[in-house]
Design a protein around this ligand. Structure first.
Ligand code: FEO
Length: 392
């Protein structure tokens, strides 16, 4: 396996994880890559490594350019093991190399690997000369861990952005103009919704810093490299980070005997009548990470559960826990659900959505099976109820 040159003397030397289908709970039907980059200069520099099981692949790609033992610096933009998993092998081979990391990165790597490596610690605004080029560092804490930073190569206008702007796509194509753009943007949105969303305020700060740079390539640590559609991905990140949603609704529910499903359909009809675009998901058949992709751009998040054993259904509880942890802001929520006698399921959904900080609409409940008349009432109510901020 060979390196791919992305600029003169700068190579992609990552690993392709074709079979990845779950990334710590996030469904990844397209697999992923762990991107590492080799900069050939007076000081040979590797930017990030790969997950442990693809280290041999990375070493093979590096060896197609240079003997890995000659590496001088390994920049670790992020401690998480999908990017640092190859560090122990590289540092064993390149015995004179130093690890370049943020202060939190140094601490995290020491706590992960407990090795007496040489560290070069850099903070925002600090640089490191590697010969004819310089590395400049910007700390981006919480995108995705406290240790994160991005590395900018001004002479080449390359931003090594690590998790930011990444997408879980396994492909032989390396650049955004080599794959259909819709796929890359959708996967970037899914990545944002499931990995980055809870850190929106930190993303806003990072975006402001990134906008001051002259960028010709954004080289993230997952998926394709942005070169032809940099403005597009920055525009989307701006929208997602600043919670600018569309006039659309996620209706996520689960059902026992189709009554809550019928209510979901009636609510969808009501929303469609007022021009709100609907994305409807049965949580028993759709993975929560796919639902989150749509939450990123939806103003309304309506969640339904019947009542079982005086509780909401477990798949709905799981979705609410996931949603709360990812904490999207400025959303409007509504609970609904059918029940036989207690009706606690919909109440618990309401409480769960309120805990997310959503502006809540009145809960809609139905006893046993909603008949046609009851469904008409639900549709009419959804079509006419006042919505916070009004329809757009
Ligand atoms: Fe791709 Fe936060 O690791």
């Amino acid at each position: 396996m060979k390196a791919r040159e992305i600029r003169k003397d700068i190579y992609w030397v990552g690993g392709i994880d074709w079979n990845l289908r779950n990334f710590h709970g996030y469904e990844t039907p397209r697999g992923s890559t762990y991107n590492a980059y080799l900069v050939m200069d007076d000081k040979i520099t590797l930017v990030d490594t790969v997950k442990y099981h693809l280290v041999d692949e990375m070493l093979e790609r590096i060896s197609s350019v240079v003997d890995p033992r000659k590496i001088d610096y390994v920049v670790s933009n992020h401690v998480e093991m999908d990017h640092s998993g190859g560090l122990p092998r590289i540092m064993q081979l390149a015995s004179n190399a130093a690890v370049v990391a943020s202060p939190q990165g140094e601490r995290g790597l020491r706590e992960h690997y407990r090795q007496a490596w040489d560290f070069v610690v850099r903070k925002t605004g600090e640089t490191l000369g590697i010969g004819s080029r310089n590395l400049a560092f910007v700390q981006t804490p919480m995108i995705h861990w406290p240790d994160n930073m991005v590395t900018y190569l001004p002479e080449e206008k390359i931003l090594f952005s690590n998790d930011s702007f990444g997408q879980h796509i396994a492909s032989d194509e390396r650049f955004d103009d080599e794959l259909p753009l819709d796929i890359s943007i959708e996967e970037a949105q899914k990545y944002y919704g499931n990995i980055v969303l809870s850190y929106n305020s930190q993303v806003q700060k990072a975006l402001e810093a990134v906008k001051t740079l002259d960028i010709g390539l954004i080289a993230p640590s997952h998926g394709i490299i942005w070169r032809s559609y940099i403005a597009e991905i920055l525009k989307h990140y701006d929208k997602w980070a600043y919670n600018r949603t569309d006039n659309s609704a996620v209706i996520a529910y689960s059902t026992m005997w189709n009554s809550t499903y019928k209510m979901a359909k009636a609510i969808a009809s009501g929303l469609e009548r007022r021009g709100v675009r609907v994305r409807m998901f049965d949580l028993a058949v759709t993975h929560i990470s796919t639902v989150m992709t749509q939450v990123v751009t939806s103003k309304y998040v309506f969640v339904g559960s019947p009542t079982m054993n005086s509780n909401l259904l477990p798949v709905v509880a799981g979705f609410l826990a996931y949603l709360r942890a990812l904490s999207p802001k400025k959303r409007v929520g509504m609970a609904f659900g059918s029940h036989g006698w207690g009706g606690q399921g919909a109440d618990q959904v309401h409480a769960g959505l309120a805990e997310c900080g959503f502006e809540m609409l009145e809960t809609i409940k139905s006893k046993y099976i909603p008949d046609e008349q009851a469904l008409k009432v639900i549709e009419e109510k959804t079509a006419t109820m006042p919505l916070p901020g009004g329809d757009e």
